[in-house]
Design a protein around this ligand. Structure first.
Ligand code: WTA
Length: 659
């Protein structure tokens, strides 16, 4: 039994399709196979990249490339000095590229603004002067709570330019979440807007900030001195004289010149809060020189960036790490032209993304598997109505992408000819760690493939032994890397304990399960906490979801391990079918068919105890399925905290479906 099921899991994960690089693509590719040889000496490799990709006002000395004397607190390029914003802006203007478009911004209602590098540089200089006028100094924390409008990018770069630290809080978070992040970082300033646009409507932001800044339960005020408000929706706002300031009024009064001062490479750049499995969010801290080196390198090599020709679009919001590394810092450090879009993919119509690709002739698109699967569900006729021929590379991030979605992405969006790179990384890693290099790697749908050059990754068992080919294990990083987190803000012990204690202080434990196949390609199996143990057999939610989604009837699936008296855990699946209006009898049939399908694909051990046909899945605003809530339903418990759901009604819809 065990052997059979293991074999079948192998069959599923050993996706047989292979896509070698096209000759023409390989010939012109930014990445070369030699990078891997150079990357075998990571310290020298990253020193070379840092010198080549960035402008250092004071060069670092080779001996100070990496200081790993107090693991897990690394220092990279420690005696070097640079200005992150200068690297993203001024130097491109000085190199003669001031007229190149840096940002094409598309608002949800259809308004748009474009900024050349010269224009963006001026805006950031003004904003830097404004921050200084408001008393913000090097090391101070500034909370940014904005929709995806140009001022979000301008604010982040202005904070970086004066050596302060930003903490971007996603605009969908509640007043309470915002306040706890402001308190944790002792932020002195909040940059917000009256509101933004989402799903065809203006949503207010300023009232949430007002609420967040009210005295807390103990009657304590926040640390915030000023609130800078961008006018976006022209909605009514309450005004706190002396505290609140309009961005447009203030920015009109400052000087347009600003000289970028050099800061040490280890000057903190930002804090970004990310949720752990329990408890309060962790403020992941990143610093300047190492972070910028690795985001610039990966943005160039993984996306095959040709800054003179490409139009790059990452659909992420700046509230998430992808929005930091691959909307702001990576693309702008490389002098790319990029698109940013304020709204949702289906507003005002389901083809909005593809319309944007057509309008700006996007050549590189970086998106999440959830979005791709949503488009699959809607059908190929929608993207077919638009001219997507400008696309030449597709990227995926955030969760395992099942082979079916990967192939659909390549075929329907990419016209069946262009590379798809699946990139694995985390808020904590700062930049991409595992990915194919387009033009070099033969692509395998469903696998994130290999560590990027200069990155050392292993898959190990509980006793820190490298696993054999095709055996599941834990993903670890075994050598420090430049964009690694420098800590958890205010809580160094938690940093050590969460990531650097399982296998000792020099091994980073990512919390993800993985398997390496016979070719050395890595398959991510989901968070370790999403790995189930059924009758002593290890099963991954990702594997079973992949099996479910491979059935033509299935649009989306989420699997949880629910406690089971007999087997320890049991597999419970929640599935959205393509025919979403199915009646109850059809749902019973579908459920039986899918249980059999999983058993057939993976083995009887993986057969879900229950398959529930639902119309919605609970997702966070970043698109991650909240399995914790599904586990509550599956185990018949009261449903836990739903405040981070994008749509808080979803859980009652699901519970009602099951009744
Ligand atoms: C998951 C997002 C499989 C993983 C950049 C990781 C992935 C967590 C992939 C980090 C991928 C991210 N394949 N799983 N390509 N990319 N993940 O911090 O479980 O929002 O630990 O960073 O997302 O999520 P985070």
């Amino acid at each position: 039994m065990a052997e059979n099921s293991a074999n079948n899991i192998d069959n599923l994960m050993h996706e047989a399709r292979r896509f070698p690089p096209a000759d023409a693509f390989a010939k012109a590719a930014v990445a070369t196979g030699e990078l891997y040889e150079q990357g075998e000496h990571p310290v020298e490799f990253w020193a070379a990249q840092a010198r080549e990709l960035l402008h250092w006002q004071k060069p670092f000395t080779p001996e100070r490339t990496l200081d790993w004397s107090e693991p897990p607190f690394a220092k990279w390029f420690d005696d070097g000095e640079l200005n992150v914003a200068y690297n993203c802006l001024d130097r491109h203007v000085l190199a003669g590229n001031g007229d190149r478009v840096a940002l094409h911004w598309e608002g949800e209602p259809g308004d748009s603004r474009s900024f050349t590098y010269a224009e963006l540089t001026t805006e950031v200089k003004k904003a830097a002067n404004l921050l200084t006028a408001l008393g913000v100094k090097q090391g101070d924390r500034v909370a940014i709570y904005l929709p995806l409008i140009p001022e979000a990018v301008i604010s982040m770069l202005a904070v970086a330019r004066i050596g302060a630290v930003h903490s971007v809080v996603f605009g969908g978070f509640s007043a309470e979440s915002l306040r706890s992040r402001i308190d944790d970082a002792s932020a002195v300033l909040v940059i917000t807007a009256d509101g933004g646009y989402r799903k065809g409507k203006a949503f207010p932001l300023k009232p949430t900030v007002d609420k967040a800044l009210e005295p807390n339960a103990d009657g304590e005020d926040s640390t915030v001195r000023n609130v800078l408000v961008v006018r976006r929706t022209e909605g009514e706002v309450d005004w706190h004289a002396g505290r609140d300031l309009w961005w447009h009024d203030e920015i009109a009064q400052v000087d347009t010149e600003h000289v970028a001062k050099a800061f040490p490479a280890e000057n903190p750049l930002f804090i970004l809060y990310t949720s752990g499995t329990t408890g309060k969010p962790k403020g992941i801290l990143h610093s300047s020189g190492g972070y910028l080196t690795q985001v610039a390198f990966t943005h160039k090599a993984v996306f095959d960036l040709k800054p003179e020709e490409d139009v790059y679009w990452s659909t992420a919001d700046v509230g998430w790490i992808t929005g930091h590394s691959y909307v702001v810092y990576g693309p702008l450090a490389n002098g790319a032209t990029e698109v940013i879009y304020e709204g949702t993919p289906d507003t005002p119509h389901a083809g909005r993304w593809w319309e944007i690709v057509q309008k700006y002739k996007v050549s590189i698109l970086y998106a999440a598997p959830t979005a791709i699967r949503t488009f699959m569900k809607l059908g190929r006729q929608i993207p077919k109505e638009f001219d997507l021929s400008s696309l030449r590379l597709l990227g995926s991030v955030g969760e395992p992408i099942n082979p079916e979605a990967w192939v659909w992405y390549r075929d329907v969006i990419g016209g069946g000819t262009i590379p798809v790179v699946d990139t694995w990384w985390q808020t904590e890693t700062g930049a991409i760690m595992i990915s194919a290099l387009p033009g070099v790697t033969t692509l395998k749908p469903g696998s994130a493939q290999v560590p990027i050059p200069g990155i050392a990754i292993d898959v190990v068992d509980d006793r820190f032994r490298s696993t054999e080919a095709d055996q599941g294990g834990l993903l670890v990083v075994t050598h420090p890397w430049p964009s690694m987190a420098r800590g958890i803000w205010g809580d160094p012990d938690r940093f050590v304990e969460t990531y650097w204690s399982k296998f000792g202080p020099t091994t980073y434990f990512a919390g993800d399960g993985a398997r390496r196949d016979k070719d050395g390609d890595i398959w991510l199996l989901g968070r370790v906490d999403d790995v189930m143990n059924v009758s002593g057999h290890r099963l991954s939610t990702a594997e079973i979801e992949s099996a479910l989604v491979s059935h033509p009837m299935v649009a989306e699936a989420a699997v949880v391990g629910a406690a089971d008296e007999t087997t320890g855990q049991a597999v419970v699946a929640f599935v959205i079918t393509r025919a979403s209006q199915a009646d109850a009898a059809a749902a019973d049939d579908a459920s039986a068919v899918l249980r059999a399908h999983v058993a057939e694909q993976i083995g009887a051990i993986a057969r879900p105890r229950e398959v529930h046909i639902v119309t919605e899945l609970p997702k966070t605003r970043s698109g991650k399925i909240m399995r914790r809530l599904l586990r509550d339903v599956a185990e018949g418990r009261e449903i836990g905290d739903t405040t981070t759901l994008a749509d808080t009604m979803v859980m009652s819809v699901i519970s009602n479906t099951l009744k």
